[in-house]
Ligand binder design. Structure first.
Ligand SMILES: Cc1ncc(COP(=O)(O)O)c(C=O)c1O
Length: 407
């Protein structure tokens, strides 16, 4: 990385003039905080005592036998407080907000996990909280919206564009241009202008650091392969960065959605529709239409349908240090069902992409090899989408009768 926040040709800071001093202030505070052992100790303490870290590395005996190949382990970010890896980042940025003396945070959210995590840390640290969320995502992740509001956050529906994460990010940036004096933009993934990609990836790197220690303690070696789903890229950066340049192969799994056409997927790699571009404050691979406009996206999971991707991952992929692949909506539902039945673990739809990618390859590997799949979050939030995808009639009947009774 250069000192302007570049990762190869990606990253940088492409922000309106009005945000420049605020971004510089954030950069200064972030650098100072990371050099302050008491700040690092406080982050670590909150991760342990509030979020429940370290999360386990779980061996899956049944899945391993079923697949008949590599030994399968899961990194259990679903067991964080709030049910996802998003907690790691909000603890770091929440404490930084307090350190900067700001009173309010704003955030964008797709699946709602980052929104809930931000609302939780705001309640704990006494910060005012506003969450921007696409109207389409509000519909499919309503339980998370309910909890954000109970936690005291203001949830603002975004009705522009495809009404999903990309549009929510635009609105949050718009808010920041007029509120930066007392507000920190607590971005939820490793995207955006300097120092956000590095900062979010840094707070998430606790995932990979733990995997290193746990792998050594549990099987005396490093994993052969690590799989993580890729939305904006924070859980993937978190588990992968500590392994970059080692023997462990790193594999990112994107949302293959329901087809190859524009608007049917969210693949920023291995795909002609994704090209170098500058938007939302930084340079990366963005899915674009013929006119170079940001294209609509689709994924069965609300957290993976982002149009851009972490500049850190774009660069690592260009340099051949991370391999990118994808899983489509159908494969994702099949992987989720397999995981639930084989191991009694209910993963988020986002994480089920990593499972689909991991299981697909596990069968081809030798039984002496070990793979780790990052379970970025738990699936409770997805109950409505999963019940619909599985066509679960009794659940749909229950919902109808519950509503009819006016309960
Ligand atoms: C459980 C879960 N996993 C993964 C993601 C994707 O985000 P990222 O790529 O930043 O990890 C999300 C985003 O909302 C999520 O909620």
């Amino acid at each position: 990385m250069s000192d302007q926040g570049y990762f190869g040709q990606y990253g940088g800071s492409f922000i309106p003039e009005i945000l420049y001093s605020s971004q510089q202030e954030l950069l200064k505070h972030y650098r100072e905080a990371m050099a302050d052992p008491s700040f690092i100790a406080k982050v670590k303490q909150e991760m342990q005592q509030y979020s429940g870290r370290p999360t386990p590395l779980t061996f899956c005996a049944n899945l391993t036998e079923q697949m008949g190949g590599a030994q399968i382990y899961l990194k259990r970010e679903d067991l964080n407080h709030s049910g996802a890896h998003k907690m790691n980042n909000v603890i770091g940025q929440g404490l930084l907000t307090k350190r900067m003396g700001k009173k309010r945070v704003i955030a964008e959210t797709g699946a709602g996990q980052h929104g809930v995590a931000t609302a939780l840390i705001s309640a704990r640290l006494g910060l005012e909280c506003t969450i921007y969320m696409g109207a389409h995502d509000i519909e499919r992740q309503y339980p998370n919206v309910f909890w954000m509001k109970q936690l005291g956050a203001t949830v603002i529906p975004v009705t522009t564009g495809s009404q999903t994460l990309t549009d929510a990010l635009d609105e949050a940036l718009r808010d920041w241009t007029s509120s930066y004096e007392d507000t920190h933009y607590l971005i939820g993934t490793s995207c955006g202008c300097e120092p956000f990609p590095e900062m979010v990836a840094g707070f998430q790197s606790v995932i990979g650091e733990e995997v290193k220690e746990q792998a050594m303690a549990q099987f005396g070696a490093m994993p052969d392969k690590i799989y993580a789903c890729v939305g904006g890229g924070s859980n993937a950066c978190g588990i992968m960065l500590p392994f970059v340049g080692t023997e462990t192969e790193l594999i990112g799994i994107e949302a293959g959605g329901r087809g190859d056409g524009i608007g049917e997927h969210a693949m920023r790699f291995n795909n002609d529709q994704a090209k170098f571009g500058i938007s939302q404050g930084y340079a990366t691979k963005f899915i674009q239409d013929d006119q170079g406009q940001l294209a609509p996206t689709h994924s069965i999971s609300a957290g993976l349908d982002y149009v851009g991707v972490s500049p850190i991952l774009a660069d690592l992929a260009d340099r051949g240090l991370v391999r990118m692949t994808s899983a489509n909506d159908e494969e994702v539902i099949a992987a989720l069902k397999t995981m639930i039945r084989a191991e009694g673990i209910i993963p988020a739809l986002e994480s089920s992409h990593a499972i689909a990618g991991g299981l697909r390859e596990a069968a081809e590997l030798d039984s002496s090899q070990r793979i780790v799949i990052n379970i970025s979050g738990r699936g409770d939030k997805d109950i409505f989408t999963i019940a619909k995808a599985l066509d679960d009639q009794p659940f749909n009947d229950f919902l109808r009768s519950y509503l009819a009774q006016g309960k």
